[in-house]
Ligand binder design. Structure first.
Ligand SMILES: *Cc1c(COP(=O)(O)O)cnc(C)c1O
Length: 471
């Protein structure tokens, strides 16, 4: 795959060093004109501008595939039985789902709407993992009856209802999903409060002591241990996902300890945990992901080697898993780290306004409804001018001096901003701005607020535009 620029211009990487964006090439400031200073998987910006959509998300599908492959190949080195379930809530656009499906990975869903979108994109029900903190009975029933492969439960009453339903319908069901208990490991992680999911004040997951108590109590309802074992047999796994945009490795060994503690408790109580789901959560820094995917391989290697090493202390679990954990199924559910850097959000300048020397506003045609992370999470996305409408201007040094801009949209809210502080040169009508790391939780969180249209999407593969979704 040729990722080097081809236009004969002098391109620079967005940032020198180990974090860079695969499949994106941006020329020096003075070369960014008439659509030739920015390439996405070798497609020049001019080709994208010809499609006449703004604001627009532009995605390199090769970038998506490459990141899934790095997850898969690294995980395979450690565990023969394994899977990657792409968390589609990060970005559910059909071409992305189809691309993930082609890599043979599975998909992680959190609603029946996502279930249907996954089937439409061609995923086999057996490769779908249904997670979510408040599933309705009609949702899990539809999925189980449709042959769902994996089901993660977040509530002990939900677990009971599902196990009862399965045992009542055991002859009717073509396939019994592997059920995993989502454990709340009660750990404090460093991330945005809205992205934390594994602490005492979190609504997610089940506390280990609640599970212990539940098992002791529910066993007594059954006439004998055989009946209990049969009823509980679909419960085969433990799942953890402690939050998103995580950057610390230390926390991961504490998580593994909690999983192993829970697994040995299960084993002692005739429940056989053969399945460990390590969730998603790998963060993506402001500067983008590493060119060769080492951010992913280091993360997966750390998790897997820690699991194998710490499991050595639990002799009883070896009976189940084997000495090298060869009978254990291990999976991850990454979302952000797969798609974030695959996509840029492009928006055009409408006009500018200078309230004072320090208050420079640039109005663009994209808004918080199109690109919601800055206003919802106060997220900072790198912003660059990728096309100057007036190329004459590039020759004038005085105009190219950078100033601090607030990039704001047309929505009637003070909270409608795309950047509070973008250091950019003087901007003019129709200049094109790009926001990077726009692939995760951006398009999928877009709304019709102010009755605005959803942004369009352009998908590129192997150096060609292959699909445009107008929305
Ligand atoms: C959101 C979510 C993920 C994906 O998280 P990322 O931070 O995007 O990797 C994985 N698993 C579950 C259960 C989730 O809710």
């Amino acid at each position: 795959m040729n990722r080097r620029p081809m236009m004969g211009l002098i391109f620079i990487q967005l940032k020198k060093g180990k974090t860079m964006r695969p499949f994106f090439d941006l020329a020096k400031l003075t070369e960014r004109k008439i659509g030739h200073g920015f390439l996405i998987d070798n497609v020049p910006l001019s080709k994208i501008l010809e499609c006449n959509h703004s604001p627009v998300y532009v995605t390199s599908l090769n970038a998506v595939a490459e990141r899934v492959n790095i997850y898969q190949t690294t995980l395979k080195k450690y565990f023969k039985n394994n899977s990657i379930f792409y968390a589609m809530k990060a970005n559910f656009s059909n071409p992305i789902l189809k691309q993930v499906q082609e890599t043979t990975a599975g998909v992680d869903i959190v609603s029946i709407g996502e279930w249907r979108a996954a089937l439409k994109a061609g995923f086999s029900p057996q490769k779908i993992c249904f997670a979510g903190v408040g599933k309705k009975e009609e949702e899990w029933r539809e999925a189980i009856e449709g042959g769902l492969g994996y089901l993660n439960v977040e509530h002990l009453d939900e677990l009971k209802d599902i196990l009862n339903y399965i045992s009542d319908n055991i002859n009717k069901l073509k396939f019994i999903p592997v059920i995993s208990l989502r454990l709340n490991p009660c750990l404090e992680v460093k991330t945005h409060p809205h992205l934390k999911t594994g602490a005492l004040d979190s609504k997610f997951g089940i506390l280990f002591e609640h599970f212990e108590e539940w098992v002791i109590n529910i066993k007594q309802v059954f006439p004998n241990s055989q009946a209990f074992q049969e009823w509980i047999s679909p419960l085969k796994g433990i799942h953890v996902h402690v939050g998103s945009q995580l950057m610390e490795n230390k926390i991961f060994s504490l998580i593994i300890e909690k999983i192993l503690e829970c697994a040995s408790f299960m084993f002692e109580n005739n429940i056989k945990p053969y399945h460990i789901d390590l969730g998603g959560g790998l963060g993506v820094p402001y500067e983008g992901v590493s060119l060769d995917g080492t951010d992913i391989s280091v993360h997966v290697e750390f998790f897997c080697s820690t699991l194998i090493n710490l499991a050595k202390k639990y002799k009883k679990l070896h009976i189940l898993w084997g000495n090298q954990c060869e009978n254990l199924f291990v999976c991850f559910e990454p979302g952000r780290s797969i798609v974030a850097s695959s996509t840029v959000f492009l928006t055009k300048v409408l006009y500018t306004k200078h309230n004072s020397n320090d208050h420079n506003f640039c109005f663009v045609d994209g808004a918080m409804n199109d690109f919601p992370r800055p206003s919802i999470y106060n997220a900072k996305h790198q912003c660059e001018v990728v096309n100057f409408e007036n190329s004459e201007f590039l020759k004038q040094n005085s105009l190219r001096k950078k100033i601090h801009w607030q990039i704001v949209g047309p929505v009637c809210e003070s909270g409608d901003f795309l950047s509070k502080d973008a250091l950019l040169p003087k901007l003019f009508k129709n200049d094109v701005l790009a926001f990077f790391e726009a692939g995760a939780y951006c398009r999928s969180m877009a709304s019709h607020y102010n009755l605005r249209k959803l942004p369009a999407e352009i998908f590129i593969k192997n150096g060609k535009i292959i699909e445009i979704i107008e929305n």
